[in-house]
Design a protein around this ligand. Sequence first.
Ligand SMILES: [Zn+2]
Length: 250
Amino acid sequence: MQNSVPMNPQLQFLIALQETDSEIANWEKGLALVPVQIESAKSDLAARRKKLDDADARIKEVQNRSRQLEQEVKIENDHMSKTKLKLPSVKTNKEYTAILAEVETIERKITGLEDRELELMETLESREKELPGSKAEYQEEEKKFNQYKSRKEAEKSRLEKDLEAARRKRDELVRSTDPKLVQRYEKVLKLRGDHAVARLVGHICQGCFQQILPQLVIEIRSGEKVFECIHCNRFLYWVPEPVTETAAPK
Ligand SMILES: [Zn+2]
């Protein structure tokens, strides 16, 4: 019934301007998010890279320790040969026993070093076994990151285009209407921060969720004039509510 009269053009303008501003805010928010998302994915990848480098470093560390042990074994073997060389020239039993004891000590030391070496070889083997898998995993992650980045960059240029279009639409809208109305709109927008136009549902302003007086509700529903909410100053408009979501007439 109320919809038989077309909505006041100024009110139509305000609704369109609000929609465009919401679009602009949306695109801007999306655009600001893209570099943050890329940066976050990048630091995830860097953390994986670091894990891989650490694994590499641990292998090198074992290899170095193993080489050191080999050297120590070599020194002990030399030590033993030199000690044994003394044997033919010994004069007393006591001397002989002392040399044998020394040889035994060296032998035990060598066995200990060789056992340690063996342990290191086992550690090295298991670490080396894991490495190719970790490397392949990292490369896979790196590939995924690059794909994600390209996707995000494409999204960025799409958003930039959408934003540009929305800004152009806004300029056209503003150009085509009374500057005083635009000023009023800007004033309310500044005051409220989020949006300057609100829908009336039942008797409730959807901007501040406060009740509107019945007489004003009737006038707002007629859509003939521009009214502001007496509580929050937002411009109020009314559209018929769809019966159900699926049965909503398009
Ligand atoms: Zn309100």
